[in-house]
Write a protein that binds this ligand. Sequence first.
Ligand code: SF4
Length: 362
Amino acid sequence: MLEALSDLTLDDLARRLAAAGFAPFHAGPVLRAHYGHGSVTPHPGRLPPAGLAEWLDASFAPAAEVVRRAAAADGTVKLLLRCRDGATIEAVLMPGDRPDRAAGCLSSQVGCAMGCDFCATAQTGFLRHLTAGEIVEQFRALRREAAAQGRALKTVVFMGMGEPMLNLPAVLAAAERLADNRVGGLGWRQITVSTVGVIPGIDALTATGHSLNLAVSLHAPDDATRARLLPPGRRFAVADVLAAADRFQAARGRPVTLQYCLLHGVNDAPEQAAQLAALVGARRMHVNLLHYNATGPGLGGARYEAAPAAVAEAFAGILRRHGVVAHFRRPRGPDIDAACGQLRRRVLAGSAGDVSPRRASA
Ligand code: SF4
């Protein structure tokens, strides 16, 4: 099987080039062009060496390719990519408030084993980790999609399918390439890793020293509600998750974002807002309030509903009165199954499913 350029570092490609008789310095321009961040020409005005394009074509193939595209009225675009083994993954482009900018959401695993009760991805079980190359292919596809809209892909967040902390080596390997000025062209600060609160992963991320951002999906201010919604909540208590986030924030000097998806009658009561405000307190963390995109019955059979607008506003008001920085994240593409895992689940339901290693249920 051919290698994927997206799986190679600059040094890897330089070695391949040298072995094939090309100058290793072509590795930079080749990868910049591959990432959509430059030209394959090593020096402006000079043509690439004879035979290089043919050698690249004969030696490499994509790690994953876009097989389906769904565009929403609000400009959100969800892409379904198929990996070489038939596994499918989602990536989402979200237009920014500025007309020339966009943000991307990347998957880190095929499916997910965390079993969050309200999540469409959880219902398709866990298949496998993604490789760094498969993550990079999502970034490339989103960058092309953004360019077609006249936008620049300015930020990415690992908040698609999967729990990034359980596939941290591949997530970091991909992030290193995206953050490398010579390759992906994003800065570390333009990359966010989002977790449901896997404490060893948060600490491992802190230890890397990379200045990327951390988002923690809290979704409840107390252990009992959190454990009901997120199975990892049974293992990692709210206080301990926030303590790990404190360590990350202290090391980086930038606020951690707490994600909170408002589910009516579950976690949107005024007392829960006050409880959350007490937890966030003087921490300087920001709270991102998410609108729930209904995905049908949860794993345990419960049906969740989005908090009504007035309830959500009241919840945010309580947080703000306590001095907490709280924002609503704009709902994205509700007309195209934009919640994590919805498009893939619908495609799987209408097909023979992923052609890849045996699925292990969450
Ligand atoms: S919400 Fe995230 S961590 Fe939880 S099951 Fe879905 S993809 Fe996995």
